[in-house]
Structure formats: C-alpha cells, structure tokens
Design a protein around this ligand. Structure first.
Ligand code: ADP
Length: 729
C-alpha cells in the first residue's frame, strides 16, 4: 500500500472508516437477532461468496469487466430481510470471498467498505421508498428495491472509477464510461433475477430450485460469449503478431510491437526475446531493446540471461535450433502456460527464428554489396577463385592489368587462363590460409607479366565451399615505384651534399688563412661559394614547392603583368650571374599577361638554368615572346644535345631525368614544377627538340586586353585588388 498515490490512500482510509460506520449503526439491531436471523446472514453470505467465485472475467486491454450474480442476490435479500442482516451478510460474503482469493488486505478493506456504503445507502433509500409496498410480491416494493439498488450501483461504479482514475492518472469520466452499457444491461438482468428470487422465496421457496436452470444456462452462455470474444481478440492479435514478423526487414530489428502483442495474447506481464550473437546479447521487450555484453556465450546457458522477477516464473521457448541463431522467448506470468498457449509460444518462436535468419542473410547481402562496391573501385586487381580453381569474380582493375574482360575471365580455371597453377592447386586441397609472392601470368595479348599476389581463404558461411580471394599488383610497376623512391633518396642526398663539399672546403681555407691574399682570387672563391649556396637554395626550394604541390597548398597570385619588362629583368639578372653565357632577347612582343610575376620568373629561370646546364659553354640561348590570339608564347631555345623523342613527354613528370643524357646535377623536379605553375596560370608548356640540334622549351600565358587592362606601372607589383589568388588543386 506504501507505493500507492497519497490521494488513493486517503480514499481507501476514508472508505474503510465509512464502511465501519455502516456496520456500527447496525449494532443495536444485531444485538436483538435470533437464530433465524443468524441463519439468514449465513445463507446470504454463502450465496454472495458463491456468486463472487462464479464470476466471469472479461479482459479488454488493461480493463477487466467481471460478470457476477452478486448484486442480484443482494437485490432479492433487500426485499426480504431486515437491513442489518443484509449489511452483515455483505461484510462477511465479500470479505471472506476475497480473502479466499488472496486479495491484498487493503484491497479487501476498500472493496468491502464500498459495498457496505453502497448497500447501506440502498437500505436507507429502500426504507424511505417502500411505504406502499406490501411484501416482496408487491410490484411497488420491487420498484422501491430497484431504485435503491440503482443508487448502490452508481455509488460502486463511482468509487471504483475514482480509484482507477487516480491510480492511472486518467480522467474520471473516461474510466466511468468504459463498459457502462454492458454493465447496466448486466445489472438489469441481475435485478430481475433477484426480484424473482425474492418472490419465489415468499410464495414457494422450492421454486428457487427451478430458477437454477435459467441461471446455469445464462452462466454457460456468458462463458461461451466471453470465450468467443477472447478467442476473436486472440486471433486478431495472433494475426497482427504474425504480420509484424513478416514485415520488411530493417537494418536494426525492432521486436517491440510483436512482443507487446504476445503480452496481450498469452496474456503475460512481460514477454522478452533474448538474442545472443557473437558475444552480444540483445534483450528485446515491448518497451525497447537493451544490449548486454557477456564474456563467454558458451559458458552460460541461454536461460541464465533471462531475468528472474519475483512472483513471475519465466516460461521459455528456444529460438532457432541452437546452432544457427541462439535465443529464447521468455514469458513472465504467474500462471503456467496451457498446452495451447505453449504450442502458440513454440510456433511463434519458430517464426522469430526465421525472422532472425532472414535478418542475418539481409545483413550479409548488404555487406556483400558494399564489399563489391569497394572491390569494383579499388586500384588493386582483385579476383576470387572457387574450390575447383575457377575464377568466380573479376574486378575492373584486373581488366586494366591483364586485358581480360570480366566475362572472358569468369568461369575459366586460373591455371588455364593465366597460367597460375599455384592458385588452382591451392584451392583444391587444404593449403593453409594465405600466401603472397611473385608470379608470371599470361595477359590477353599473349605476353607475360610479372605480378605480385596475395591470397587468403574466404568462407563467409559455415557450409559454403572454401574459396580464395587473390589481390594482384603489377610487379613491374611496383618495382619501378620502389626504384624511383630509391633513386630519389640517393639523388636528394647527392644534390644536398655536393654543393656543401666545396662550400665547406673554401670556408675552411678562409678560416685557416690558407687562401692567397690576392683579392681577385678571393673574389673568385666567393663567386664559387655563392653559386653553390644558390644551387643548394634552388634544390631546397624545388623540394618545398614539389611537396606543396602534392599537398595541394601551392598558391599563385594572378594579376596583370607587363611581360616584356619582366623578361628583360630576368635576362639581365641571369646574364650577371652567368657572364660566360650569351643570352639573347629576340622578338619580344610587348604584352600584358594575367599571371603571377614571381612564378613567371621561377619558370623562365628554370628553363634558362636547364639550357645553361645542358648546353656547351659559350653557345647562345635565345629568349622569345610571340603574341598570339589571347595568349603569348614564351620560348627558351638552346643549342645543346637536345632530348630524344622517347623522353620528351616524360621530362615534365616528377623526378624524371634522362639517364642516358649528359650527366648534370639536378633533382628531376624543375620541369615538373614549371609545368604545374604554367597550368595554374591557365597556360601550357612543351618542348620541341631534335637530338644534337638543341631544345626549345615554350609555354603560354593569357594576355589581358590592353584597352581594358588597368594601367600597369613598370617595375611595380600592381594593385593586389586586381589580383586573383588560385590555390592549386
Ligand atoms: P633536372 O633537375 O634534372 O634538370 P628538370 O625537371 O629540370 O630536372 O629536367 C628533367 C630532365 O629533362 C633533365 O634531367 C634533362 O635530362 C632534361 N632536360 C631538361 N632541360 C633540358 C635541356 N635544355 N636540354 C637537354 N635536356 C634537358
């Protein structure tokens, strides 16, 4: 009772006190009773208990409507006996009846009291109204009894609705209205029976035995009617339960609705579905799902996960055959399941198992689809081989690698098609889990190709035949990449170290004073040191630029630039640094280009340095700028060894150097950076060359319409508001 709301407690205590009052006012009367009165009390109490015990409950949702003959017994008694007798009979009948049913004491107290209050009101009303009635056979008395009992009906219905609405927090009228019509009809039937009983008792008590027949018939009919309603509800719930299990499968399963219906169907306080999969336990209930982790699913029997609740025995049914999907369906209720309910539970457990199995298949299909998507787009060649060594899947990268289209490869044994005996042999027997290594395979053109492969066994279903997945890479390409990496490391260390050696040598000589005092000689040393420092600076800058390009962080600042002026300045400075190299400015068309002046200088300087580096001394280098339609072409022409045709399209790639050409210091980054910069300024770069006839490197820059170009002051970086920053992709 301590868990009840305060207002309900007050109601119960108040009703009990009133009930006691109703008995108290009858005490003087009770003191005058004779043996006959006591017998009457015992008889009415016994009939009350019998009527209560034969009541037929009809559960509708959370409501239970009880059909009993109790108030019929009281209506008859009201017409026949003195008020005190009926009061005490109600007290004993209801109290004992409910005690036998093991109701909680506070419930008994409340129920007994509200009936005592009701019957006392009825008795008082009957006393007032029954002034014309002449014995129980007089219709005037019947009417008085009917009106009195109606008051009791209203009092009882009000009291019960009040408690329920307080307990559930719902509106009083909503509770009062539930089943009102059925209750009124039932009450009318009871009243008629009660009055008939009273008449029969007054005229011929043996007639009561005759009444047993229609009462029993009504009882049986009631039971049938209630059973059919229950059955209909059950069928509907069963249908609904089946329907929730047959609905579309979602990625996360929700059994809430299904379990809610099962609770209604059985009926049970709670139904749980416990599913164990890969160390995870999901406990589904009508209110939602809870996830638990257990260390070792095999150590504990499934039943151990089912919660034990006081007073409720979990009755379980296994879900699945124990090997595929492990789970239990647990029903919590105090009564043992009937044979039919057990059948129903087992049947539904079977359906749940099928549902879980479907869900698992669905998950796998989804997983496979995602995997297939990844495999299709991977740059590695991937194919799978079945247990007989036949190719089962073939991804686009395999086609790119070996030339066979998917439909040309699938179904063929991989030893027949590719000459891969090893893989075919592996799948025949038990050949360990995976292996990796190099192999030579046949391409579609009939050539041989070196590949590097890695295999691993796949078995996504326990009873699926073993298969193998093979991941393939072009060994030649891999070796080339590794070689490039090795070359780069040795090139970088060489490029960084070689200028440092003379620098350090001259510095040591200067510090130790072993250098001639001749100022001209010293000047020469300083010149050499400066050149080496510049070379070091260039190498470091190139590497920084290249890594910036790779990281997508290189920025060009586009603005209108007077090209002829910029070229003039670059050439002038270059000549100063390379006094022995004639650099001729030929045909420089004046133009304003939309470019980054510092990056233009970087590109031109790089081309001039290459021309100087690869051309024998004293041979001239020509620089040109020719105006075209919307663009200007800048060319740097030398008379060096030229570039063989097979290298011409490669020299703009990162780290690419012509190995069989003249050996000069360098990183293979200069032209790569030049190309990236020119392209960032919306230009194009290329080379024209013949072996032994020199090379002409050209690139284009977009021109700005002279009329529309803002006035550009020579030798000044123009207003940055006109400039456009472009971040390299
Ligand atoms: P490097 O640091 O090697 O000069 P670059 O990217 O500037 O790197 O040039 C790539 C390659 O192109 C060089 O290694 C060289 O073989 C060739 N090359 C570049 N410019 C010339 C040129 N003017 N004459 C002949 N070969 C050249």
């Amino acid at each position: 009772m301590s868990s009840l709301p305060r207002s309900v407690k007050t109601l119960i205590v108040g009703a009990t006190l009133l009930g006691l009052g109703c008995v108290a006012i009858r005490v003087p009367e009770i003191l005058r009773w004779n043996a006959q009165d006591l017998l009457a009390v015992a008889l009415i109490a016994a009939l009350t208990i019998t009527a209560e015990r034969c009541s037929i409950p009809l559960r509708r949702g959370s409501e239970t409507v009880n059909f009993a003959l109790t108030d019929g017994v009281w209506a008859g008694a009201l017409l026949l006996v003195a008020p005190g007798i009926l009061t005490v009979a109600v007290l004993l009948g209801v109290g004992l009846g409910q005690a036998i049913n093991r109701w909680k004491p506070y419930k008994i107290a409340f129920n007994v009291s509200q009936f005592l209050i009701g019957i006392t009101i009825a008795e008082i009303a009957f006393g007032v109204l029954d002034i014309w009635g002449d014995g129980p056979t007089d219709p005037a008395r019947w009417l008085a009894g009917l009106a009195a009992m109606f008051l009791m009906f209203v009092v009882n219905a009000t009291a019960i609705s009040l408690v329920i609405s307080r307990m559930e927090g719902t509106r009083f009228l909503d509770v009062f209205r539930i089943s009102l019509a059925v209750n009124v009809l039932h009450w009318l039937g009871n009243m008629a029976l009660g009055i008939l009983g009273a008449i029969s008792w007054a005229i011929q008590p043996a007639g009561l035995i005759l009444m047993l027949a229609p009462v029993s018939l009504a009882y049986v009919t009631y039971r049938r009617w209630v059973a059919s309603i229950l059955e209909r509800d059950q069928m509907r719930d069963l249908y609904e339960a089946g329907r929730t299990l047959a609905g579309p499968i979602a990625s996360t399963e929700d059994f809430g609705d299904f379990l809610g219906l099962m609770e209604k169907l059985l009926p049970a306080d709670r139904v749980e579905l416990v599913v164990v999969e890969e160390g995870m336990v999901a406990v589904h209930a009508s209110g939602g799902v809870r996830h638990l982790t257990i260390d070792d699913t095999d150590a504990d029997p499934l039943e151990a996960i089912v919660t034990v609740r006081s007073g409720l025995a979990p009755q379980i049914s296994l879900v699945g055959d124990g090997s595929e999907v492990r789970g239990v369906l647990a029903v919590y209720r105090s009564q043992v399941l009937t044979a039919n309910e057990r059948l129903l539970l087992d049947g539904l457990a079977g359906q749940v198992a099928a549902r879980l199995r479907n869900h698992r298949v669905y998950g796998k299909t989804l997983e496979r689809a995602r995997l297939a998507e990844i495999v299709t787009h991977t740059s590695d060649g991937v194919f799978t081989v079945d247990q007989y060594g036949r190719i089962a899947t073939w991804n686009p990268a395999m086609t790119a690698l070996l030339g066979y289209e998917e439909d040309e490869a699938i179904g063929h044994r991989c030893d027949d098609l590719l000459g891969l005996e090893r893989i075919a042999a592996l799948t025949d027997g038990d050949a360990g889990d995976g292996e990796s290594g190099d192999a030579i395979v046949r391409t579609r053109d009939g050539d041989s190709k070196a590949i590097r492969l890695r295999t691993s066994a796949i078995q996504d279903d326990e009873d699926a035949p073993p298969a193998r997945i093979v991941v393939v890479r072009d060994a030649g390409e891999e070796r080339k990449a590794e070689q490039i990496k090795r070359d780069f490391v040795s090139m970088v260390s060489h490029e960084l170290r070689s200028p440092l050696t003379p620098l350090r040598g001259f510095l040591v000589s200067l510090v130790e004073g072993t250098v001639d005092d001749d100022p001209l000689k010293r000047q020469e040393y300083y010149q050499i040191m400066l050149r080496q420092a510049q070379r070091l600076e260039r190498t470091v800058n190139d590497m920084l630029d290249a890594s910036l390009i790779e990281a997508g962080g290189l920025v060009v600042d586009l603005q209108p630039v007077p090209l002829d002026h910029v070229l003039g300045r670059i050439v002038r400075e270059f000549r100063e640094q390379h006094p022995n190299r004639p650099v001729l400015l030929k045909e420089i068309d004046p133009a304003i280009v939309f470019a980054d002046p510092f990056r233009v200088e970087q590109v031109v300087l790089n081309l001039l340095s290459n021309a100087d580096k690869y051309t024998p001394e004293r041979l001239p280098i020509d620089v040109r700028a020719t105006l075209g339609e919307g663009s200007v072409t800048i060319s740097v022409r030398d008379q060096g060894p030229g570039i063989p045709a097979e290298h011409r399209h490669l020299i703009f790639d990162r780290f690419y150097r012509v190995k069989d050409g003249p050996s000069r210091p360098g990183t293979g980054l200069g032209l790569y950076i030049a190309r990236t910069l020119v392209e960032a300024m919306s230009g194009r770069i290329w080379v024209d060359s013949e072996v032994d006839e020199g090379a002409t490197f050209s690139f284009t820059l977009q021109t700005v319409d002279a009329d529309r170009a803002p006035a550009v002051k020579l030798d000044e970086v123009p207003d940055t508001a006109e400039s456009l920053l472009i971040r390299m992709p």
